[in-house]
Design a protein around this ligand. Structure first.
Ligand code: NI
Length: 172
């Protein structure tokens, strides 16, 4: 297992559309393990393969609360079949460090994906897990959570993020 480097906005790889996984082989299983390790180390509740520079449709999630046992989910070629409702919760992203903003999402979604054994899984996700699926699947389509902000908030984000990046430079 190995930690992978997480790409940060505005890395152009984060804007690419990822390709479906054709076969779940050792390379995909190793990538999934590395992504889980990288997510837990960050720490974060979700990570998509393009965030570590691999343009494949693979995500890992763990939305268990701190008082619960870990619930790692690995989803290959995930898709949202349907969704309902509307919530507006604060989100962050490991590829957009130190920035958080409210995003409108659906609190209930039905998702379909392959697990690492190649079995088709269909399940309902609610709350944080539903939001995480939407956020991570967005990554597979080159979309970041800040893309969902209004144009005013987006320009505020760009100004603030520029400062965040400058501060990070000084820390190095
Ligand atoms: Ni993200």
């Amino acid at each position: 297992m190995a930690l992978r480097r997480i790409l940060h906005y505005p890395d152009p790889l984060l804007r690419q559309v990822s390709q479906p996984v054709a076969e779940i082989d050792d390379e995909i299983r190793e990538l999934a393990r590395d992504m889980a390790e990288t997510m837990y180390a960050a720490p974060g509740v979700g990570l998509a393969a393009p965030q570590v520079g691999v343009l494949k449709r693979l995500i890992v999630l763990d939305c268990a609360r701190q008082d619960e046992a870990p619930q790692l989910m690995t989803a290959v070629n995930p898709e949202i079949l349907e969704g309902a409702g509307e919530i507006n919760e604060e989100e962050g992203c490991l590829s957009v460090p130190s920035y958080y903003a409210r995003v409108v999402r659906q609190p209930e979604v039905r998702v379909r994906f392959l697990n690492l054994d190649g079995a088709v899984v269909e399940m309902n996700a609610e709350g944080l897990l539903a939001v995480a699926f939407q956020h991570e699947i967005d990554h597979l389509n080159g979309v970041l959570f800040v893309d969902h902000l209004s144009s005013l908030k987006k320009s505020l984000f760009k100004k603030k993020y520029k400062k965040i990046l400058e501060q990070k430079q000084e820390e190095l």
